[in-house]
Ligand binder design. Structure first.
Ligand code: PAF
Length: 288
């Protein structure tokens, strides 16, 4: 497994692979790797000749009062993790390598204006910018993203389409702990009490799926799921929102594929999760 810390090195390695006719799978990460990332790397390993994992805590996607400084960084463990899963290249640049003065940004409207885009106004601009750079640096054929960050996945898909990136964006299922909590690098922030309280999120997801099956209205479902989360004294719902799966705009009537997105605060830690629902597959329409 090779390690590159500069854009020039990473590009040279990928260029040589492409000259040999090899396909490249890109797994963008911010490190602190866990089984969720592992599932992306394994999928990339199966579907491509070469696997490129980036480990970069991207400063431009963190707001001024967010956790950029305390975000977990364990590069030696991440390297071993990638090697164990058969990655070919780990790209681990310093922020100065990725960003120059007066750097240009990639922006998107509509899809970034709801859900996490409200509480984190510059977040998706940073994500789109760094992901565009990684697409260009790697020249990847496929890029792998977790469905836990469903809004990010929808935005990256739309960006790849709109900007004619020649890459297939692949969404991979959320990996969960035994009690349903979605794996996340931020779970390490949780105290034992907060970790126990966090299970309310998955309880609300199970409840939401049941309500969808019963054909209840989006607003009823949002309220009931939020109440389940808020019943845990340590938890506070930021939003539970039923949105169109492609545009991320709120829907009242579940008459098309939707995303039910959740953000909740568990003590000082902000957790997100979601489930998708397609009434055509479920054979029913939930009315407003
Ligand atoms: O999902 C993440 O970890 C990040 O947002 C990503 C896609 C690696 C961009 O920094």
């Amino acid at each position: 497994m090779q390690i590159a810390t500069t854009v020039r090195e990473a590009k040279a390695i990928c260029r040589a692979w492409r000259r040999e006719g090899k396909t490249i799978g890109l797994v963008p990460t911010m490190g602190a790797l866990h089984e969720g990332h592992g599932s992306l790397i394994e999928r990339a390993r199966k579907e491509n000749d070469k696997v490129f994992v980036s480990v970069f805590v991207n400063p431009t996607q963190f707001g001024p009062n967010e956790d950029f400084d305390k975000y977990p960084r364990h590069f030696e463990a991440d390297k071993a993790f990638c090697e164990g899963l058969g990655a070919d290249l780990v790209f681990h640049p310093a922020p100065e390598e990725m960003y120059h003065d007066q750097h240009c940004y990639v922006n998107m409207d509509l899809l970034t204006e709801t859900l996490d885009g409200v509480a984190r106004p510059i977040h998706f601009r940073g994500v789109c910018t760094v992901v565009s750079k990684l697409f260009n640096i790697s020249g990847a054929d496929r890029a792998y993203f977790g469905e836990k960050d469903a809004q990010q996945l929808a935005i990256v898909r739309k960006m790849a389409l709109d900007l004619d990136f020649d890459v297939q964006v692949v969404g991979c299922p959320t990996v969960r702990e035994a009690d349903g909590l979605a794996k996340s690098s931020r779970n390490v922030y949780l105290s034992p009490e907060e970790r126990a309280a966090a299970t309310a999120i998955y309880r609300s997801i199970r409840q939401g799926r049941e309500m969808m099956r019963e054909g209840l209205a989006a607003s009823e479902l949002e309220q009931a799921m939020a109440a389940t989360i808020d019943a845990e004294p340590l938890m506070e719902t930021e939003y539970v929102s039923v949105v169109d799966a492609l545009t991320m705009q709120p829907v009242k009537t579940v008459d098309r594929p939707v995303l039910v997105a959740i953000a909740a605060h568990d003590g000082k830690t902000r957790l997100i999760d979601n489930f998708s629902w397609d009434p055509a597959e479920a054979g029913q329409t939930a009315e407003a």
